[in-house]
Design a protein around this ligand. Structure first.
Ligand code: RET
Length: 290
């Protein structure tokens, strides 16, 4: 009997050379395996969230859809990184003697930032809608979030010490977001009742703790070139796994008995909506009278 050994040879197929530069500080097949594993976990979570959505009326699926979108986008980003794609070799600011990070060019995964640019606003939307925040505040916080992600990307692509300037802008933006979550939004959620407050505090606290760890991972990877790209994969991978599928499961569970209308989310559907039917009857009534 022939034994077929299935190997992950993404690193061989998609090498470390991009635009004529070769990354000599790059992931190994272990890093690639790990990225693919997180990709599978994200996709699995997405199907679970969509499955749960079908058990609810259409009007009550908003949080399921937002959260499923987050994990499906992440699954594509993780597929890309597992395939050793979506990166560019950038000259490191600090050359290290430790063999794991010794070299000139490090793989910088810009696809991570494309993922975050799409998914972090959706995560904030999940949280801030749960707290019933007004839409101008939500839009403003999302803009600040975009500044955080883009400054992180630019910093990661810059070789000189100026990268830390971008990092500082990003950290300032994060401080503002954390303030909105732990102060403004928490007080807002409280006004909507104990159950809303409990769901918000659970998901908001998880988010606050995790989000503060992202700049730490950045400082050790793209910034300081202290940990190897494989360790970077695990650091960001674990954070993303907790910040997306685990956060999403908690959020959807927290919303199980909360009617979106209570949060000021007036969502209409053309069938099975007693309110609409009632309205139609009363409108025809009024025209009869006239
Ligand atoms: C960067 C570097 C610049 C400074 C700061 C950062 C913060 C990033 C965060 C990312 C969160 C990502 C999430 C992904 C979801 O899976 C860009 C690393 C502050 C907070 C939650």
């Amino acid at each position: 009997m022939e034994l077929v050994v299935r190997e992950n040879n993404a690193i061989v197929v998609n090498g470390n050379t991009v635009n004529g530069r070769t990354a000599d500080i790059a992931i190994t097949s272990h890093g690639s395996d790990f990225y693919f594993a997180i990709c599978a976990a994200m996709a699995f979570a997405g199907f679970c969230f969509i499955g749960l959505a079908f058990r609810k009326e259409r009007r009550e699926r908003l949080f399921h859809y937002i959260t499923a979108a987050v994990v499906f986008v992440a699954a594509i980003a993780y597929f890309t990184m597992g395939a050793n794609l979506g990166f560019t070799p950038i000259e490191v600011e600090y050359s290290r003697s430790n063999a794991k990070v010794a070299g000139t060019f490090r793989s910088i995964y810009y696809v991570r930032y494309i993922d975050w640019f799409i998914t972090t606003p959706l995560l904030l939307l999940d949280l801030l809608l749960t707290a019933g925040m007004p839409w101008p505040t939500i839009s403003w916080v999302i803009l600040v979030d975009w500044i955080m992600i883009i400054t992180g990307l630019i910093g990661a692509l810059v070789t000189s010490s100026y990268k830390w300037g971008y990092f500082a802008f990003g950290c300032l933006a994060l401080v503002y977001i954390v303030y909105q979550l732990v102060w403004e939004a928490r007080l807002h959620a409280r006004a909507y009742g104990r159950d809303v407050e409990r769901s918000f505090v659970m998901c908001g606290s998880l988010t606050t703790i995790l989000w503060i760890l992202y700049p730490v991972a950045w400082g050790l990877s793209e910034g300081g070139n202290v940990i190897a790209p494989d360790s970077e994969a695990v650091f960001y991978g674990v954070l993303d796994f907790l910040a997306k599928p685990i956060f999403g499961a908690l959020l959807i569970w927290g919303h199980r008995d909360i009617d979106p209308a209570r949060l000021g989310l007036v969502i209409k559907d053309y069938d099975g909506d007693a309110l609409i039917h009632e309205k139609r009857t009363s409108v025809s009534h009024i025209s009869d009278i006239n």
